[in-house]
Design a protein around this ligand. Structure first.
Ligand SMILES: Cc1cc2nc3c(=O)[nH]c(=O)nc-3n(C[C@H](O)[C@H](O)[C@H](O)COP(=O)(O)OP(=O)(O)OC[C@H]3O[C@@H](n4cnc5c(N)ncnc54)[C@H](O)[C@@H]3O)c2cc1C
Length: 395
């Protein structure tokens, strides 16, 4: 598959150099939990990225982005994924990237002015508040948070968790039931809620795999205790919440999968470097062991195949739309998450005790990217959906 034009190859090479030279050296600050220093240094790097024209790769040019297709952005996402901090540096980190996309598509001019423009500029951050502790996130048509109309306002009451990046976010896009009697796909709406609204309470940052994180790298529990916002904060039409969420997920899954491939590539490099450097007996590097050779060959094959699958799905979305690509997207979501787990596991094992430390990013990824098999739809949900559609063709 021809993956990139000459111009795109140059862009990719320059972004890669930027990530290697400017961003990867900041990783120890994240691994050592030095969040304040990290954010200050990252703010400088973001200015550099902006001045180089590498800002918002997936956002149309008229909104100040690079205007890349999904296929092209996928390739950028892979390079950014090589670092723990790559996506944040170019302001295309989840969940802000998805929020930007839905605001561009569905926000009113006033909403765009107030929420989208500062988000695009990198002046504020946001979060997406859908999952609830009391209800299954894997069935997003079932939730308890309600937005009741009162005069010109909505009054939102509910309990969410895993709102990634809520700490320090300026606003949340909240999924809430606006009509409990409607068809299950039309019950919920998405509503913009400023985090300084009365009744918005960040209960805690949930500890995830031993870390609470900070700022954009945190997962928060939130109580919406009668939060009052004007009805003009509704995103799109009432009852369109589920549809907008689905729209957000197609491209989002391509971004994630290509980010995971970037992680795989970095872990693969680290594994191979360790294999040739580490001697298990004088003059005998780990690389001589057949087990390691198997890991190298298997990982190479799995990563190459995964990349082709994801880029193929991205191209299909670009050319034929999300609906046509829904099976491809379901397949890559669980398949690439599995490749990621296996490659990280081999890379960690090849490093021995060093792999368990935070001297490399492998352990961080090993812990945190276990979630790849859960967020944006657990493996089982994707497998079930795609298998049902395949089997229908045989009936
Ligand atoms: C790191 C991280 C970040 C997240 N960020 C956000 C965010 O920013 N905003 C947000 O709203 N949410 C976020 N989430 C939540 C995420 O979307 C949900 O965790 C996910 O949708 C699964 O929902 P659940 O956790 O309630 O699991 P449940 O729905 O309770 O499912 C539990 C398990 O049951 C199994 N299962 C469920 N349904 C089926 C089925 N139909 N067939 C077979 N097996 C099934 C699966 O194995 C699944 O893992 C995040 C989660 C993580 C881990």
């Amino acid at each position: 598959m021809e993956t990139a034009s000459l111009e795109m190859k140059e862009v990719l090479a320059t972004i890669r150099e930027f990530v290697e030279k400017e961003i990867i050296p900041l990783e120890p600050l994240l691994l050592d939990h030095e969040y304040e220093t990290l954010m200050t240094r990252l703010a400088e790097k973001r200015q550099t990225a902006k001045s180089l024209g590498f800002w918002l790769p997936q956002i149309p040019r008229e909104y100040g982005g690079m205007g890349l297709s999904l296929f092209e952005h996928g390739q950028v996402s892979e390079i950014l994924g090589r670092s723990l901090l790559g996506h944040y540096a170019l302001n295309c980190q989840a969940p802000d990237a998805g929020n930007m996309e839905i605001l561009i598509e569905h926000a009113t001019p006033e909403q765009k002015e107030k929420y989208l423009m500062p988000l695009l500029a990198g002046d504020i951050r946001s979060c997406f508040s859908m999952t609830e502790p009391e209800n299954p996130g894997s069935n997003p048509t079932w939730m308890s948070t309600v937005a009741a109309k009162d005069g010109n306002d909505y009054v939102i009451t509910g309990h969410k968790w895993f709102s990634t990046g809520a700490e320090g976010a300026a606003f949340a896009i909240v999924m809430a039931i606006t009509d409990p009697h409607a068809d299950k796909y039309r019950r919920a709406s998405q509503i913009i809620v400023p985090t300084d609204a009365r009744g918005f309470r960040l209960v805690r940052k949930t500890s995830v795999m031993g870390e609470r994180g900070a700022g954009w790298a945190s997962h928060c529990e939130i109580e919406y205790d009668g939060v009052r916002v004007p009805q003009s904060n509704l995103l799109g039409s009432e009852g369109a919440g589920f549809m907008i969420a689905q729209q957000r997920l197609g491209p989002g899954r391509i971004h994630h999968c290509m980010r995971w491939i970037g992680i795989c590539e970095r872990a693969f490099d680290l594994m191979c470097e360790q294999a040739v450097r580490r001697e298990v007996a004088p003059g005998h590097p780990l690389a001589e062991q057949q087990t390691i050779q198997n890991w190298v060959a298997e990982s190479r094959a799995e990563i190459n195949a995964a990349r082709l699958m994801v880029l193929d799905a991205a191209r299909k979305i670009d050319e034929k739309g999300q609906y046509a690509a829904r099976d491809d997207v379901a397949l890559i979501k669980f398949h690439v998450a599995g490749v990621l787990q296996r490659v990280l596991d081999r890379a960690l094992q090849a490093h021995g005790a060093l792999g368990m430390t935070d001297e490399t990013p492998i352990a961080f990824w090993f812990r945190h990217e276990r979630a790849a098999r859960i967020y944006d739809g657990p493996d089982e949900v994707h497998k079930r959906a795609v298998a049902k559609r395949i089997l229908q063709q045989y009936q």
